[in-house]
Design a protein around this ligand. Structure first.
Ligand SMILES: Nc1ncnc2c1ncn2[C@@H]1O[C@H](COP(=O)(O)OP(=O)(O)OP(=O)(O)O)[C@@H](O)[C@H]1O
Ligand SMILES: [Mg+2]
Length: 251
């Protein structure tokens, strides 16, 4: 029997997988750091990838954004292979990366930084409209449009970094540690913003060390330890999981 009710994003068919990673093995030179990782993100999902220092989170994101080639396994966006594809081609396909540390041009204004995100020929025509969409989504940036990025607060800089990625008209956003270096209150604010990215129709893979915050905003979360997945599940369930509480949420 088919149900007319929309199924929760976490239980959609394999065909609805926007990002798909299978048996991923990644090494830096001779040193292997990712071992047989498989994960997927379905259309409209906000999925977390968490783990401690050096567990391989950024390494996996680097493969998905074309900065690193996996030694084995597959990484696909819809029907497109991503492994070994150059970063600008991956952005052009619709997968945008919000790098760790935001990597803005500090002396350039907010608006100039945002426009940097519209460098692809595909996105040039719509860039004025997209800029307006970014300002609608981040009203706080409107008054700062002519301010050098370096003069913004950490939270505002993170918004610019997300906004710049949105300028490439992505379907998927890959985010690496957006909470890094931010004060706790600002972290909550940035996480709320990330939660609301779904309203723009985006699919998000969120890499974070801040497990508590991730579990609050994501649909599902993968937990990585020393390059191997140790848990995956609905974030709500993981919040009550004794192993997770002990390792990451300890009071
Ligand atoms: N460019 C590199 N060359 C060699 N080894 C690296 C390089 N980048 C990362 N590594 C190693 O790979 C492993 C995984 O690192 P990675 O940066 O993916 O971890 P992470 O989970 O993102 O950690 P963090 O939370 O600290 O950002 C670590 O042991 C790290 O030392
Ligand atoms: Mg990292």
């Amino acid at each position: 029997m088919t149900s007319l009710a929309p199924s929760p994003a976490s239980f959609v068919n394999a065909q609805d997988r926007v990002l798909n990673v299978e048996n991923l093995e990644v090494a830096y030179g001779e040193v292997q750091v990712v071992f047989g990782v498989g994960l997927h993100v379905s259309k409209g999902e906000l999925v977390g990838l968490v783990g401690g220092n050096g567990s391989g989170k950024s390494t996996i994101l680097r493969v998905l954004s074309g900065m690193l080639r996996a030694r084995a396994g597959t990484a696909t966006y819809r029907q497109h292979n991503l492994n070994g594809v150059p970063p600008h081609k991956i952005t052009d396909l619709g997968v945008a990366h919000v790098p760790m540390g935001r990597q803005l041009f500090g002396q350039m204004t907010v608006e100039e930084n945002l426009l940097m995100g519209a460098y692809l020929p595909r996105t040039r025509a719509g860039r004025t409209q997209n800029l307006q969409k970014v300002y609608d989504f981040f009203p706080r940036l409107v008054d700062k449009r002519s301010t050098p990025a370096a003069a913004l607060s950490g939270g505002e800089q993170q918004m610019v970094a997300i906004g710049r990625a949105l300028m490439s008209e992505p379907e998927v956003l890959l985010m690496d540690e957006p909470s890094l270096g931010l004060a706790p209150l600002v972290v909550s604010e940035v996480m709320r913003v990330i939660g609301s990215l779904r309203e723009l129709g985006l699919t998000v893979l969120l890499v974070e060390q801040n497990v508590r915050q991730v579990l609050k905003v994501t649909d599902r979360t993968y937990v990585l330890e020393l390059g191997k997945l140790v848990k995956v599940g609905p974030s709500r369930d993981l919040m009550g999981d004794p192993d997770i509480i002990k390792a990451y949420l300890g009071v």
